[in-house]
Structure formats: C-alpha cells, structure tokens
Design a protein around this ligand. Structure first.
Ligand SMILES: *[C@@H]1O[C@H](CO)[C@@H](O)[C@H](O)[C@H]1NC(C)=O
Ligand SMILES: *[C@@H]1O[C@H](CO)[C@@H](O)[C@H](O)[C@H]1NC(C)=O
Ligand SMILES: *[C@@H]1O[C@H](CO)[C@@H](O)[C@H](O)[C@H]1NC(C)=O
Ligand SMILES: *[C@@H]1O[C@H](CO)[C@@H](O)[C@H](O)[C@H]1NC(C)=O
Ligand SMILES: *[C@@H]1O[C@H](CO)[C@@H](O)[C@H](O)[C@H]1NC(C)=O
Ligand SMILES: *[C@@H]1O[C@H](CO)[C@@H](O)[C@H](O)[C@H]1NC(C)=O
Ligand SMILES: *[C@@H]1O[C@H](CO)[C@@H](O)[C@H](O)[C@H]1NC(C)=O
Length: 823
C-alpha cells in the first residue's frame, strides 16, 4: 500500500476564508468563541473555529491545519447540523461541556461529558485533539471528552482507530457527502464489526474492501513497503481495546489518512516543495481489492491473464458463466474431502488470507498444532499463521468456504488448503516431475558452466522461471522445495547471437517501429516463441551495473496490462530489452484508422480504456518502484490477441537515469500532444503528468482523432480544446465517433469523456489520481465538473528547440522526444 507521490486531490477538504483572530489554546468554563475567532494549539499546528466548506456558505465548527494553506479541515463537530449564518457561538459550560449555539440560541451540537471535573479546561492540543480535561491532567485516558474519539473523515497521528471493548465506543471514519457538505457520506471505514483485527470499507452493511488481518507488522492484504520514512504504525489488541494507530517519524512532515467522498481511502502527506498534499497511500485499490470478486473458493490475481481463478483442487461452480468472466458463483471442490482418510494440505504462498467469516483463532498455537487441529476437525478447510512476527506461532482455522483470497506477490502470507488425498497425490506427481526437470536443468547448467556458455545458461533459467511463474507459488505441505529460493540478483539475460539470429540480423523487414528510445524488431526464437526486441539508443547515460539493476527491477513488474519484459541483452555498448510480442500491434493502428476502428465495439473500447487505467495505476502504486511512465500514448499501448491493452515502454525513464518520484528535471521525455503543461513548461513531472497523458488518450479513443494535428474549421483548438468547447456547449456527444446500438452505452461514453476532461485539467492538483480514475470509470459515482484543460490550443504549446539542446528530433508527430534544459 503506502504509495507515495504527489497528488493532490481532495479539493473537498479545502476551505477558504480562515482569516480569523486567534485567542489561545485553552478555553475556561464560561468562555466562548464567536464566528471569526479561533483557538490555536500551543505550537500553532492546529486551529479550531467556524468555517465554510467548498462553495457552501453554511458554517461548521471544525479543526484544521493552521500552518498549511489552503486550509485543510481534519474534524467537524456539527457535520449534520450546519449553521446558516455567521452568528453562531461556541460556549463552554461550567462543567466543561462544549455547546454550539445558533443565532436563536438553539444548541445544534454539544460535546458529551460522562463525568464531572473539579477544574475542567478545554484545550486544543498540538496533535489536533480537542480535549476536555481536568486541570493539567495530560493523560488522554483521563480526558472527560476528546474529539479524537469522534473522528470525521480524517485519521490523525495518535488517534485510536477502533473500539473500546469496555465502553463500546467505536471510532471509525466516514467521508463527507461532497466537497461542500461535511455530512456523513455513505461509506464507513472501520474495525471489523465481526470482531477480527482488520479494517473494512463498508457501504451500509455491504463490505467493499478489507485490509486483511493485522499480521503483526501490517495489514495482511497490503503489499510490503520497503521504505516508509513517514510514519510508524501498530495495532493494539487487548482485553479492553482493539485499535490501529500511527505516529509520525518526523513530526514536521504532516501525514493523515482520509476517506474521500467517493469512498476511497488514502494516506496523504504534505509536500512543502509543491504546497500540495501528496498521496502516500494506504489502500491499494485495484480490481482484486473488490471484496469477494472471485466468489467463494476463488483467488484473484493482478498478474495473471485471467483475473479470477479457482483455488487449487477447486473448479468453477458454473463453468459457462465463469468463462464469461462472471465469477460471483465461485468454485466448488473437484473431489470431496475424505475427512480423516488421508486428507492433506497444499501450501499456497504469497496470498492475502481469506476473510474470517467462519474461522477460529488461537494466538499461541504452533503451526504444527494448528495443522493437527485442522486435520482433526472434518469441517476445517484451511489453516494459516496469525502473526508473522513470531515465526510460526499463531493459528487461524477456516471452516466452510474461503472468500476474498488474493494473490499478493509482495508480502503475502502462506495459506494451507485442505484437500482430498487423491488431489494431493496429483500435485505430488507434478511436483516430483518438476524436481526431476530441475535436476536435468541443473545438470545442463553445470555442463554449460564447463563450456562457459554463460549466456545460454541464464537464458534457460529465465525461460524456466517464466514458465513456472505462477505454479512455483504452490508447494506441498512439509515438502522442502529448493526452488522456493529464487535468486533475486539473477539477470534475465539473452545472448546476443540468439537475438541476432531471432531478428535475422536486425533486418529491416523485422522492424516493428521506432520508439523514443530506439527501434523495435520482431524476432522468433528457435523454439518458435515470438519476441519484440527494443534496441536502445546509445545515450542512456547509465553504467552497465545500473542498467542491469534497472532491468531486474522492471522485469519484476508484472500486471495483466503491462507488456511482459522477458529479459535483456548486452553486447559491447549495445543494450536491448526483450519483450513478449503482441500480434495486434499498437492501439494507434486501430483507433486512428477508419476501417479498423469499426471493428471495435464500444465494449472493447471501454475494456481498453479500463485496462490502460489499471496498468497505469499499478505502475503508480506498485509498492516498490512507483513508476511514472512519462510517455504514455496510443502507440505505446499494445494489444494482445483478445484486444487486451498492454502498456509498453514503462520504466524507460528509470533506465535512462531519472528515477525520482517527483522532481524538477532538466531532461524531458515525452510526446507532443500528450505531455502536460507543468512538465513541458517547468520540467515538473509527477504521476499527474501521466494522468494528463491518460486523459488525452481517453479523448482520442472516444473521438478517433489525434490530439496533435487536430483540425476543426470553426476554431483553432486542438482536440482537448474541441472537447472542452463541446462539453461547455452541452453537446459532448458530438465528440464521440463510435457506433453504438443501445442508449445505455451513451451515458458510459459521456462518463468517459468527462473523466478524460478531468484528467487533462490545467492544474495538476485538480486532476484525479489513477485510483480515483479507476473508480470513476467503473462505478456510477457522481463526477465533478471539469475545469479548463491545459494546452487546449496548439498555439500555447511550446515548440521544442530543434537545435543544440535536442538530442532526438521529432520527425513524426507522435515520436517521443528527449530534450535537455527546456527553459
Ligand atoms: C454563551 O456565552 C456568552 C459569553 O459568555 C454568553 O453571553 C451567552 O449568553 C452564552 N450563550 C448561551 C446560549 O448560553
Ligand atoms: C436554530 O436551530 C433551530 C432548530 O434547528 C431552528 O428552528 C432555528 O431556525 C435556527 N435558527 C437559525 C437562525 O437558523
Ligand atoms: C451522550 O451520551 C449519552 C450516554 O452516554 C448518549 O446516549 C448520547 O447520545 C450522547 N450524546 C451525544 C450528543 O453524543
Ligand atoms: C497541576 O495543577 C495543580 C493545581 O491544579 C498544581 O498544584 C500542580 O502543580 C500542577 N502541575 C503541573 C505539573 O503544572
Ligand atoms: C524532518 O523534516 C524536515 C522537513 O522536511 C527536515 O528539514 C528535517 O531535517 C527532518 N528531520 C529529521 C530528523 O529527519
Ligand atoms: C491455544 O493453544 C495453546 C497451545 O496449544 C493452548 O494451551 C490453549 O489452551 C489454546 N487456547 C484456546 C482458547 O484454545
Ligand atoms: C469443528 O469445528 C467447529 C467450528 O469451530 C465446531 O463447531 C465443531 O464442534 C468442531 N468439531 C469437532 C469434531 O471438533
């Protein structure tokens, strides 16, 4: 989870007009504050007062960051009962109760004090907690009342998110209804009401997403983070309390967890350089995070061709609907369990453990005891470890069906699935033949070393690894499997002669195209496998070691909507990247060609847009690399046999030596027509520059027209300007150039146009993040109105200097360029 970067969303949290006169950090009984006055915490971090959200004129009592502009509200008292004028007043009674009165002296909100105090004092603490306490007692457990017990949509450092099991106080977050209205929205993000140590995102009683059970280090469904320098987190579970909390590692870097009006939870961190809230996010929103997407006994995977598959030894309940990608029916056992007659367990590694609907926990049992316990109860279907901190201690047992299991390559846990003896023996066979094959390969390797055919060896190992990519995550219980230890530093290297032969000496006839980083050739290996070879232009400016490191990292990025990098080839100063070959070539061949275009129905167009969005989301949020593509365009989206889109050329910016998350760069990579204004003009890139390119692509796909070179007889805007014009004139339908049979598609198309326009807005912080885009495209949540796009006329696009600074001249419109020192 923890994705970081620079986004700013949440204009809804922002308020204006906070010119307020500060009093002090405390209010004594009998004191009051009027509209226009505020209480400021001792160190000046937070302020309490009355404000108006967004474009609303209603007044609310709230707490906001006092040092951050624009104003960012973190807590609202009278969420459901706004004041309609500026005559409200907050009084403190003699008992220390806070009461908010409207102008006719009606109490619209009050704090609640269960005990009385000798000397009650109301104090706004530096943590942003508004506390009613007795004198100078600073122990939060003794507070008479505190705003931290009643969170709004924000979780601040030090807040307890969860339940007091004695009093029943349940602290959860729920979003604002909209940017203008802090009333509770439809969603809640809360401790599992069923009593498990996980958080659930819910809409009413429906579970939308679960974080997975806390595994001692983090939420079990959240990928491992390697370098979180912003906060430390913990989950506390005692007889009296169950809660999550986090602390800042550096208190001068504000960070908070919020849920936005669309129900998307995010961790935001303040970035001083840009004056923006960047998303350093908590919750991965990808397709597999949709609760129980694959039905019972299914498993969801982002890196597999098919999103859903059945768990080992299970088969689809109704194969026909399963094949139509309707997975909700789930899976059933292929072979009934024999109960005590020799059932065994298959170990599935790297998963988000199933939901705990019908399960049992013992935190002190060993894994062996756990296994025996499961085996001895005929209705136990699986077991696993409850706490990975303490090695193999702690036991979960599952009864009945397994739901919401997800393949989680980074930081997943092991699940032991019970199956009938006959099923197990078929896996043993597979596994032993795998071992035999391994022995043969090892033999080959040894002779290869003897013959010093190093390249060949690496290539074979790479092939084997690719073939076993998914099956290798399955192991038989208690069977030591050496292949579990994959060599992380292994370079998937191809030998130069192999590539030369495969491409027929880089023959012109095999040339597929010329990208920004060099030509691409089609090749055929001796075993018939087709590959695409990208021969990098020679100025990558990277040393050999750095290059290898980058390739290894990038080869680890695997997603259904990314072209698979099979390896690389290095010979002298030649550097090549080897990819899987995509027979349907690139998207531009379809969308900009009248004939091919008609072959695609709207559904296919929509799948393509959705796939690109998910691929990009994966790049932006992958917990290790967080890649900004920087050159997303139609010709960089390839299509497989089933017209699934696959993004290519990702990670090139890293290979060419620029791996900062967000930076001001003197080296710009991109393509005219797709590049965002802040990037082209200021050299400032962020994931929002990719969002801009994505928006251009969406509008191109819907309209069938290229942004660059777009011509309209009535005006001299480009495609973005044209779309914006049509939108404002209330006739966006005229943009679309897709034949549809039914009117239900029409609203979908309009939604796509609107999302496209939102993505190309001038200001980066107005553009949604890709996680929001994915939700916007796939649900019916209401969308904000787009503001003016960036670069909507050709004229205000800066032309590149073709002289000295340009190292690659753009000969065609959509050829990528790299240029130094844009200013
Ligand atoms: C609130 O406090 C102010 C100032 O102490 C006082 O004048 C006013 O009457 C109080 N309002 C109510 C409704 O108690
Ligand atoms: C104060 O609140 C009461 C109860 O909601 C309402 O009847 C009254 O009109 C409000 N006064 C103002 C000025 O809004
Ligand atoms: C105050 O507390 C009582 C009992 O604890 C509860 O019934 C009531 O709803 C609370 N009121 C508010 C405004 O929270
Ligand atoms: C706390 O307040 C009491 C009186 O209210 C005073 O005697 C005591 O010294 C105070 N303690 C501190 C640490 O200020
Ligand atoms: C904390 O963050 C501030 C601002 O980014 C930085 O100046 C300071 O060096 C950091 N302190 C530590 C201890 O890392
Ligand atoms: C949990 O397991 C331990 C060790 O096997 C055992 O001593 C203990 O009684 C178990 N607790 C429960 C509640 O079953
Ligand atoms: C098996 O486990 C279930 C669920 O905990 C329990 O209800 C049942 O009694 C157990 N059966 C046996 C034979 O222990």
């Amino acid at each position: 989870m923890e994705r970081f970067r620079v986004i700013v969303l949440c204009t809804f949290l922002l308020i204006s007009d906070l010119k307020i006169s500060a009093i002090s950090d405390t209010l004594a009984p009998g004191q009051s504050i009027k509209d226009g006055e505020s209480v400021v915490s001792a160190d000046g971090s937070f302020a309490l007062g009355l404000f108006s959200p967004g474009s609303s004129s209603n007044r609310y009592l709230g707490i906001w960051y006092n040092k951050i502009t624009p104003g960012t509200v973190v807590w609202v008292a009278n969420r459901e009962q706004p004041l309609v004028n500026r005559l409200g007043v907050l009084n403190v009674t003699g008992q220390g109760v806070l009461v908010l009165f409207n102008s006719t002296n009606y109490a619209v909100w009050s704090s609640n004090v269960s005990r009385t105090a000798q000397n009650p004092v109301v104090q706004l603490l530096d943590s942003g907690n508004l506390a009613v306490k007795d004198g100078n007692d600073s122990n939060p457990d003794n507070f008479l009342w505190q705003s931290f017990d009643y969170p709004s949509e924000t979780l601040l450092p030090g807040m307890k998110w969860g339940k007091n099991l004695v009093t029943g106080l349940d602290r959860y977050i729920s979003p604002w209804k909209s940017a203008d209205d802090p009333a509770r929205g439809d969603f809640t993000f809360r401790l599992d009401p069923r009593g498990y140590n996980q958080m659930l995102l819910m809409r009413g009683l429906t579970i939308l997403y679960r974080t997975g059970i806390w595994n001692g280090f983090r939420w079990g469904g959240v990928p491992e983070t390697t370098s979180n320098t912003v906060y430390g987190e913990q989950f506390v579970s005692t007889a009296t309390e169950s809660y999550y909390t986090f602390d800042l590692l550096n208190s001068s870097v504000p960070s908070r967890l919020v849920i936005n009006p669309s129900g998307i939870p995010q961790r935001l961190t303040w970035i001083t350089q840009t004056n923006l809230w960047g998303s350093y996010s908590v919750v991965q929103i990808d397709q597999c995070d949709t609760y129980s997407l694959c039905g019972v006994n299914g498993i969801c995977s982002n890196s597999n061709e098919a999103v859903c598959s059945c768990l080992e030894s299970f088969i689809p309940r109704t194969p026909e609907s399963w094949n139509k990608q309707e997975w909700s029916g789930g899976c059933v056992r292929r072979t009934q369990l024999g109960c005590k007659d020799g059932d065994g367990f298959l170990q599935l590694t790297s998963v988000k453990l199933p939901d705990m609907t019908d399960s049992w926990v013992n935190t002190s049992m060993s894994l062996v005891e756990c296994r025996n316990m499961c085996l001895s109860n005929c209705s136990c279907v699986a077991y696993g470890n409850s706490d990975i901190r303490r090695g193999e201690i702690g036991c979960y047992l599952w009864f009945d069906d397994l739901r919401d299991t997800k393949h989680l390559p980074l930081g997943g846990q092991d699940l032991y699935i019970r199956m009938a003896a006959s099923e197990l023996s078929s896996y043993e066979k597979k596994s032993s033949s795998k071992r035999k094959r391994r022995r043969i390969i090892i033999g080959t390797l040894i002779s290869a070393v003897v013959l010093l055919v190093l390249g060949f060896m690496l290539y074979m190992r790479r092939r084997r690894k690719t073939r076993q990519a998914y099956t290798s995550s399955i192991r038989i219980d208690n069977l030591k499997d050496e292949s579990g230890r994959e060599d992380d530093t292994e370079l998937p290297a191809f030998d130069f002669t192999t590539i030369k032969n495969a491409t027929d000496y880089f023959s012109y006839n095999n040339k597929l195209g010329e990208g920004g980083f060099g030509p691409v050739y089609k090749g055929t290996l001796t075993d018939g496998q087709e590959i695409a070879v990208k021969r990098l232009s020679k100025n990558s400016g990277q040393g050999l070691k750095e290059f290898k490191n980058e390739v290894i990292l990038i080869a680890k990025l695997q997603h259904r909507n990314l072209v698979k990098l099979l390896g690389c080839c290095i010979e002298g100063d030649e550097r090549m990247l080897i990819y899987e070959y995509m027979p349907n070539r690139s998207l531009d061949n379809f969308i900009f060609d009248k004939k091919s275009r008609n072959l695609l129905d709207w559904q296919t167009h929509m799948n393509i847009i959705g796939g690109i969005a998910r691929g990009l989301l994966y790049l932006h949020q992958d917990s290790r690399l967080r890649i900004i593509h920087r050159d997303l365009k139609a010709s960089n989206v390839l299509l497989d046999n089933s017209m699934n889109p696959k993004i290519s050329d990702f990670g090139m910016a890293r290979i060419f030596g620029g791996d900062q998350i967000e930076a001001n760069t003197s080296r710009i990579v991109g393509t005219y027509g797709y590049i965002s204004p802040e990037y082209a003009v200021d050299g400032l890139f962020s994931i929002k520059s990719d969002v801009f390119s994505f928006g251009v692509l969406v509008l191109e796909i819907v309209s069938g027209k290229k942004n660059r070179g777009f011509y309209h007889p009535d005006h001299n805007h480009n495609l973005l300007g044209h779309a914006w014009k049509l939108w404002n004139e209330g006739r966006p339908v005229e943009l679309m150039n897709i034949t549809i049979d039914d009117s239900s598609s029409l609203s979908e198309i309009l939604r796509h146009i609107q999302v496209g326009l939102l993505c190309v807005q001038q200001r980066p912080d107005d553009r949604p993040s890709m996680s929001t885009v994915v939700v916007m495209l796939s649900s019916e949540i209401s969308l904000p109105q787009p503001k003016q796009p960036g670069f909507y006329t050709e004229r205000n696009f800066p032309e590149p200097e073709t002289s000295s600074s340009s190292i690659r001249s753009a000969s065609r419109n959509d050829v990528s360029f790299t240029m130094f020192e844009p200013r």
